[in-house]
Design a binder for this molecule. Sequence first.
Ligand code: MN3
Length: 201
Amino acid sequence: MAFQQEPLPFDPGALEPHGMSAKTFEFHYGKHHAAYVTNLNNLTKDTELADKSLTEVIKISFQDSAKAGIFNNAAQVWNHTFFWNSLTPTSGGGKPSGAIATKIDSDFGGYDKFVEAFKTAAATQFGSGWAWLVLENGALKVTKTPNAENPLVHSQVPLLTLDVWEHAYYIDYQNRRPDFIQNYLDQLVNWDFANQNLAAA
Ligand code: MN3
């Protein structure tokens, strides 16, 4: 069974009023994400990895130089699906509620401290990569990863992510990555998804 591209969890135009256009989804979901799935299927065809789960492929191929292309495409397939789920068209962004809110207060010293850490990580990831809210040894942490790398290969539980590859924001924000980050925090973060991931951790 070939690897599949998961459907978007919302209509591609649903985030248009919240700073992420249908045009961005036409390219980011329809071209970039889709291409990672196609590449992964081509690279794993007729190999033992074709029958593994996506997360197994990610862990097996990480830091194996002979499997670098497989790692990059597998991780990017997973990262993008996780990213779409980190966004919501309904009441996204702003301060969280529930268990994640309590834990952000205790582990970061308040929502504003979390925002500061997240903005710094997302803005200072040089070149392509990702910013994450993760759980590590029971504590929340903000991290950044280069290119396709993700928390799964660092024994961390991912709770939320933001894609900071230039292709993620160029259509809507051109070179203004800080504005894209701010908009994500203000209007798009799916705190329900973070709460679900925290509860399942
Ligand atoms: Mn991307």
